[in-house]
Write a protein that binds this ligand. Sequence first.
Ligand code: MG
Length: 257
Amino acid sequence: MGVVIKSASEIEAMKEAGRVSAKVLREVGKMVRPGVTTLELDEFAEALIRLEGGVPAFKGYGGFPGSICASVNEQIVHGIPSAKVVLREGDIISIDTGAVVDGWVGDNAWTFAVGKVSPEKARLLEVTEKCMWAGVEAARPGNRLGDIGHAVQTVAEAAGYGVVREYVGHGVGRVMHEEPNVPNYGFRHTGMRLQPGMVIAIEPMINMGTHKTRAMPDGWLVCTRDGKPSAHFEKTVAITEDGPVVLTTEEGHRRPV
Ligand code: MG
C-alpha cells in the first residue's frame, strides 16, 4: 500500500480520534491501583471509548479480545486483559489503547506505577518516557526514519537499557497499522525520508535488561527473555512543515456540536 500521506484537513480530523484515545488512557490510568484487575481496566476503557463516540481500535483486531493491551512488569506488550491479573503494589503496567472515531485511528500507551515502585522501576519509566519524547522530537521533515530510531536508542542505551527490536512503531490512519514501520533503533540519516502528512505511532519498548524477547503461547503476549521489567510509551504524531504534532492529546479538537 505504501505510505499514506494525509492532508491538513485529514490530520485535523484525526485529532478527534487522538483526543478520545488520550482521554481514555488518562482516565484508565487513574484507576490503576493495587487490587484492580486488568479486565476491570479494559471494561472501563471500552465503555468510555463508546461514550465518547468511538469504537475500540484493538477489539477484534487480528482476533485480539480486549480494548486495551495490559502488560505488567516483565510483559512488554500485547497483554490480554484478564480477571486473573490483579495489580499489586510495586508493579508497573503498560496500558495501550486506541479509538476509531469517524474512521480515523488514534493509538497511544503509557506505563503506570502501581502504588509505590522501586527506584529502579521508577527510573525505567522516566527514561522510557524520555525515549518517546526524543523520538517525537526527531519526527520532522528533513529527517529520516533512522533519525527517530537513533534518538530513541541513544537515550535508552545511555541508561544501560535494552531496546526491543522485534516490535516497532507504525504508520497510523484509517487503519491502525500502516506503513512505514518505525523502529526504536537505527542510524542517523538512514531510511525513509520523513514528509509532511505522514502520521506515525512512536512507541519505544525499553527493557531494564536484555533487549531480547519471548513470545508467549497465547499468541499475543510478549515478555522479556530475562524476566526483567519493561516499559512502553506511545504517541500518535503527525509530521508537519512546522515539526511534530502530537495527535493523541486532549488538546485535540472537540467534535463540533
Ligand atoms: Mg501502536
